[in-house]
Structure formats: C-alpha cells, structure tokens
Design a protein around this ligand. Structure first.
Ligand code: XMP
Length: 524
C-alpha cells in the first residue's frame, strides 16, 4: 500500500483517487503523523502532497524524518517537492511571481519516472509535458545526490530525482486531469518504482470493511437513517452484511419523496436483504409544519429540524443502540475539513443528519468515509444492490420540498410525483443513437419542478385552467457548475404529451434552459 501525507492541498484527494484507479490501495494521513506511525504503516512508497499555503514560507509543515529513512520510494508534489528539497539539504526561495495554471515542462535526461512519458517533442529532441502548476516559491538548489529532471523557463528546477534512493519530486500537479500524462506518471511511480501490485479490488474491500465493522461495534447495536439515496443505502447494505440484525434502519417518509420510493426501499431492504427497517410515515407532521410557509430557507430549516426530531424519537425507542451509522463518503470528509485531512481549508460544512450524534450520545460509524462516489457505487453493486438504485441521480435531502416553489401542499406533491415519474421513465427508456446510452445516463441530474401558477389551455371542447411544471436536466461533473442538457426535441415532445394527458391538473410543460451559474440546479 501507498502512504499519502497530506499538507493540505485541495487536490490531495485526487492523488488518492489516481492511485486507487491503478488498483493500488492507499491511505491519506496528515503530514504531522509521528515517525513511528510512518515506520509501522508498511508503505511500499510515500507521496507528499501539495499545500494550501500559496507561499512556502507561510507553512512550517515538514514531512516526518522517517519518510526519508525507510528506504522506500518517495514522490514529492508541489509543496511536497519543496519540503523534500529543504529537508534533504537543498534550497527553496520565496517571494517569486506566482505561477498558476497551464505550463509546458521540459524533461531532462532519462529518469525512471519520466522516461517515455511526454506530450510532444521539440525540434531539438526534448520531451515536453503539458502540465498544471500552482505555486509561488521554488526550489533553487538541488539537494546532494539529486539531478535535474524537469524545467520550465520560469521554474528552472521543476522536477528533481535521486535515482539511487528513489526520491522523485515535481513542482507541477500530476494528480489533476489538466496534466495530461499525470495519470501515467503516478502509475509509473506506484507500480513500477514502488513495485506495488495492482490488486486492490472491491471484493477485498468488502471483506476488510466487514471485519473492521465487526471489530468496531462488537455485539452492540447500530441505527442508521436510510434515505433511499446511494450513500445511505450502500452503508446500510454493508453494515447489514457485517452485523445482520444488530443493525436497525430508520426510514423517514416526510411526504416529499418520489413516486413509490418508500415501497422500493422497503422491497429492497426488507424483501431482499431481510434487514430490520422501521418505516415511519411522518408526512402529516412534515406537511403540517410546512403549511403556509413559502420562504425557501425557512422550508429547508423546518424539514431539517423535523427530520432530526422524528429520527431522534425513533432512536430513543431503540434503547440498546450505541452507534449511529452514516453514509459519509470521502468528498464529504474533505469538504468539511474532516478528521483525515486536518489541513484542508473548510469549504462548506456538510451534514447528512445534522447534529444527530451529539444530541443522541451515540458513537459514529462511517464505513464509507474512505471511498469516492464511484467506489461507493461499485461497492453497492458488489453487495447486491440493483444498479438502478446505485446509479441514481442525486436527490436532495429536503426532497420535493425544494421542487415545489413556495408553499408546499400535498396535492402539489402528488401532481409533481406523477409528472416527475413520467419524465424519468422516458429518460431511462430513450437512447442516444451516437453513444448508445440512455438519456438518464447522459444527464447528471434530471427532475421536474412544480410551479404554483395556473395557465389557460384547451382540451377536447373545453377550456382548462391548470398548473405548470418545468423540466430540468443538467450535465455536470462536480455540481458546482452545470449546463442544461440538450435533450432531443422528440423526447421532450413525448414527455410533455404524456404529462399533460396523464396527469390531470397540469396543462403546460416548460423546459429550463438556464446554466449554473447564474442559475442553480434546483429552483429553490
Ligand atoms: P444547487 O441547486 O445548489 O444544487 O445548484 C447542487 C446540488 O446539491 C443538491 N442540493 C441538496 N442536497 N440537501 C441536499 O442533500 C439540500 O438542501 C440540497 N440543495 C441542493 C442538488 O440536488 C444538486 O445536486
């Protein structure tokens, strides 16, 4: 396995991701772990990450001395290169112009790390790499034993190598996709130079995770809030695999779920997996509290608060429960500046079930916290969850509550559920000829929004005066920015025809053609 020491860069998780994609197991730990930790970890190689500090002098973080004494290969990236240079007797200078973004790096001589890896070749025969750089300071003097491996006009030492000790360092970021050959470079390091085997697969992970959960909870009981979403479902399936009936899932129906969602969750978890699930129909309570409230933030707060209340009431009935399980995944941990990456700057706080563990006095069980979303999905399938469930678009916690504009009424929710089910069904059933994929697969998130306005229509001989819905479908990789999807007109036509004909009460369908930014994905 590979040890990644985190100096706080926002992209440290991408290093882990690239290593895992090479099927090599790795873990990220803070850069200030002890020498003993480093010695006993059993790493076949160590990677030192970049830092969030833009200037070297802002940070006093150094790698534990043991890193350079173990005799295993070390790769320093960005700040990791600077600290390696400093700690091994080279020189780093600050106060330089900040270099940020795309750069072309020239490779020097033959090094095991870069040999044969290049994007283009200059007329003079130099191999060039197209990379992404972000740094203020730079190494100005190589430590003893190192040779120059790469350079740019403004950063004469952009890479260095000590092939005897197998220490390598690059000033650019191989973990981001803008560095075209970054993937190859990291594979070269972990597979060829560190000599790891590409044998980390999901089934090993299940066995390891099951053992870990059993060891952690012993014979105590666990509760889990099942939402029907991917993360809580996979967490539930995994924990159930480990401890069976010691797990109780609580599924709170707030009346703002999609069509038949409650039934699907119960069929899967009770029918197929034989898990213990408490199904709470709290729709009266939620819709009652939401009556007359139209401000989006106020609605969100009420839904969040009621959720905690209902869940807590159920949890109190399970007097033996000592653990609260959550489907927290790795990006959540990073986003909230969580335990593993103490150094990362907090972007936004993230709660799956806000505030629950503190008020319940339960211990937290988070078996997915080292996994990326696609790994969670792979795990779900390996655990026997249906792919349709595991590859579902994300669905917000407040559910249809943020898709019914303004005041929420049960009638509105019922109309919206039926219209939305038609839209999703058509997306799943319509394939794009070029790619052979369904439009559900080709979009990142798609849903219907209920607009509480009425417009005039005509049906048969009669005049109608009914509600309007908007269809929303977006494509995005990170949900921070998104484009509206160019769905085929024929598909939109079929969806609109079906909704207007099949859902009495809706007589007009519109398509949302706004990107994010400046619009958001949801309407509230
Ligand atoms: P926006 O609307 O901000 O949405 O562009 C970005 C992504 O976040 C989801 N979202 C939420 N998820 N609770 C959630 O669990 C929420 O309150 C919430 N609001 C938005 C949204 O569905 C989209 O995927």
């Amino acid at each position: 396995k590979i040890l990644i020491l985190d100096f706080g860069s926002q992209v440290t998780q991408l290093i882990a991701r690239r290593v895992r994609e090479a099927h090599v197991y790795c873990e990220i730990h803070p850069c200030d772990v002890s020498d003993d930790f480093v010695r006993s970890f059993g790493a076949k190689g160590i990677i030192l990450s970049g830092s969030h500090a833009s200037v070297y002098e802002e940070s006093t973080d150094r790698a534990p001395g043991a890193v350079f004494e173990l005799g295993v290969p070390v790769l320093g990236i960005c700040y990791g290169m600077q600290t390696m240079a400093q700690q091994l007797g080279g020189k780093v200078e600050g106060g330089h112009k900040r270099e940020f973004g795309y750069a072309e790096v020239r490779a020097h001589g033959h090094t095991r790390l870069l040999d044969g890896i290049e994007d283009l070749r200059t007329p003079e025969g130099h191999g060039m790499l197209k990379v992404w750089m972000s740094h203020g300071d730079k190494v100005t003097e190589l430590p003893a034993g190192f040779k120059l491996m790469a350079s740019t006009p403004s950063c004469p030492i952009a890479g260095m190598a000590d092939e005897t000790r197998r220490f390598y360092a690059v000033q650019f970021h191989p973990e981001v996709t803008h560095t075209l050959q970054g993937d190859k470079l990291l594979r070269r390091f972990v597979l060829d130079i560190c000599g790891t085997q590409p044998d980390w697969v999901m089934k090993d992970h299940i066995a390891e995770a099951v053992e870990a959960i059993r060891a952690q909870v012993g014979n105590e009981e666990v509760i889990l809030g099942l939402s029907g979403g991917v993360d809580s479902s996979v967490a539930a399936a995994l924990i159930h695999r480990a401890i069976g009936d010691q797990l109780t899932c609580v599924f709170v129906d707030h009346g703002l779920l999609r069509l038949d969602e409650g039934k699907q969750v119960m069929d899967m978890f009770v029918g197929k997996l034989h898990a213990k699930v408490v199904h709470v129909d709290a729709s009266e309570q939620f819709l009652g509290k939401l009556a007359g409230v139209s401000d989006p933030e106020a609605k969100r707060k009420i839904i969040g608060r009621e959720f905690v209340e209902v869940f807590q009431a159920e949890a109190k009935k399970l007097t033996n429960a000592k653990w609260l399980a959550q489907g927290t995944i790795y990006p959540d941990v990073i986003e909230s500046g969580g335990a593993k990456s103490k150094k990362a700057v907090t972007i936004k706080s993230h709660h799956n079930v806000g505030g629950l563990p503190e008020t319940l006095g339960l211990k937290l069980l988070e078996p997915l916290r080292d996994l990326f979303k696609d790994e969670v999905r792979e795990l779900g399938v390996a655990l026997g969850l249906p792919p349709e469930m595991v590859y579902r678009h994300p669905f917000p916690g407040p559910g249809l509550g943020v898709r019914i504009l303004g005041e929420i009424k049960r009638d509105y929710a019922d109309l919206l559920r039926r219209a939305d089910a038609i839209f999703i069904e058509e997306l799943r059933n319509t394939r794009d000829e070029k790619t052979g994929k369904t439009w559900y697969e080709l979009t990142s998130q798609a849903f219907t929004v209920f607009l509480p306005v009425k417009s005039v229509g005509v049906m048969g001989d009669g005049r109608t005066y009914d509600y309007v819905v908007a269809l929303r479908a977006v494509q995005t990789t990170d949900f921070m920015t998104a484009d509206w999807a160019e769905l085929p007109y024929s598909l939109l036509k079929r969806v609109s025809g079906r909704i207007i004909n099949e859902v009495r009460g809706i007589n007009r369908v519109t398509y949302d053609v706004s990107s994010k930014p400046p619009a958001t994905i949801e309407w509230e």
